[in-house]
Design a protein around this ligand. Structure first.
Ligand code: C5P
Length: 397
């Protein structure tokens, strides 16, 4: 899977550095050649001897080592790889990367490299959540650095929360996704996401509780499998993913126009929570409050984008996926919805308040297709997105 791929592994100084020994083994098992670089702090946590023994390569650590420079200059070392992987990426390393500091061999290589960079952050939960780290993370993402993890869980310091380094096999999967063949390369997919806002007047609107998290995660997962994604989003809380063609809309009518303009596509994923109704004749000026006089709103039905695209005679995408957020009789309603709208798949979920799904970070879905209903275990919205993207890639061949 990774045969012939060269990975420059930069090991930062954190307790998670011990996982690097396993990571090296897993990468090599899949055929990758791993060249290790350790920061000075990293060698306080694992010994260069262990790292070197597992990598089958010498460990680079000192920028002023004349022997190394004579063998291979640091600029050359930064460019020999197909991927530079930083694991664990400590808060300090992330800050230096974001600022472009080159204070030791690891940071110099990161500044000098012209190959893709991936980081696996690991740190205490407070350090991860600190505004400075989140700022640095956003900058790194903006610089096209791929990020894997961190995961939630118990930490070596006794606290609990996000900050644990992703497990070696999760990192390996991301490395394969980054370096292996991308199954959705050349495929164009439109994804809708978020709520719509239907104006009553210039300051008031009708909306719903969709955060856009699931749609955003799906678009990101499709991009990472190589798809060209047109991301049509209503006013969502979730920041749009990187690497998409972004179309921001406000109303259902605008969303429909944007989706039709994006066609033809190979697939369409309708994750938006589109308002069912809009206000007829929304006022151009603010409706004044008058004592004792309640305004009456007249509604019109919004276009059903999913049904319309599913029933296109010309230019129907090969795969149309709809969502069904239900609070009662989820399976029955979602199965009927698939038929009624004529889409290929329905991703059904129970959004009754007790599930905490609407606006939360997890989802429990059932995938309904011609073949029947497939219940997926409850998992993070990112994991649902990755699985759905993988399934989409299986049918879009
Ligand atoms: O009918 P319901 O709103 O429950 O259907 C949900 C599915 O239909 C979602 O995939 C949603 O994105 C899509 N939809 C749409 N246009 C609408 C209403 C829903 O595309 N006007």
């Amino acid at each position: 899977m990774l045969s012939g791929k060269r990975i420059l592994l930069i090991i930062g100084g954190g307790i998670a550095a011990y996982k690097c020994l396993d990571l090296i083994r897993r990468l090599r098992e899949r055929g990758a050649k791993v060249t290790p670089v350790m920061t000075q702090a990293a060698s306080e946590f694992v010994t260069p001897l262990s790292v070197s023994a597992l990598a089958g390569e010498k460990v680079y650590s000192d920028i002023f080592d004349l022997t190394d420079e004579a063998e291979m200059g640091h600029i050359q070392l930064s460019r020999v790889a197909d991927l530079v992987l930083v694991a664990p990426a400590t808060a300090d390393l992330m800050a230096k990367m974001a600022q472009g500091l080159a204070s030791d061999l690891a940071t110099t290589l990161l500044l000098a490299t012209d190959t893709p960079v991936m980081i696996a952050p690991a740190m205490n939960v407070r350090m991860w959540e600190h505004a400075a780290t989140q700022r640095n993370l956003a900058m790194l993402r903006g610089d096209d650095v791929a990020v894997v993890g961190p995961n939630d869980g118990d930490m070596a310091c006794g606290e609990f929360g996000p900050g644990r380094m992703a497990e070696p096999l999760e990192i390996v999967d991301e490395v394969i996704a980054a370096l292996g063949d991308k199954p959705l390369k050349g495929k164009r997919i439109v994804v809708t996401s978020g709520p719509t806002h239907e104006p009553i007047d210039p300051v008031r609107y009708i909306a719903n509780r969709s955060s856009g998290a699931q749609g955003t995660a799906i678009a990101a997962a499709l991009v990472s499998l190589g798809a060209e994604v047109v991301f049509v989003t209503g006013p969502a809380d979730a920041a749009p993913p990187h690497g998409v063609e972004l179309v921001q809309v406000e109303t259902a009518v605008e969303m429909r126009a944007a989706v039709l303009a994006a066609l033809p596509t190979d697939a369409a994923v309708f994750a938006a929570a589109v308002a069912d109704w809009r206000v007829v004749g929304a006022s151009q000026s603010k409706i004044k409050k008058k004592a004792g006089a309640l305004p009456t709103l007249e509604f019109a039905e919004n276009p059903d984008i999913l049904a319309e695209v599913s029933q296109l005679i010309d230019g129907r995408p090969d795969l149309v996926v709809g969502f069904a957020a239900e609070t009662d009789d989820v399976l029955e309603n979602a199965t009927a919805k698939r038929k009624r709208k004529a889409c290929d798949w329905i991703v059904a979920n129970d959004v009754s308040p007790a599930t905490g799904i609407m606006g939360g970070s997890e989802n429990a879905v059932t995938l309904i297709s011609e073949a029947g209903a497939e219940v997926w275990p409850r998992m993070g919205k990112d994991a649902v997105a990755r699985q759905l993207a993988a399934r989409i890639s299986e049918v879009l061949v």
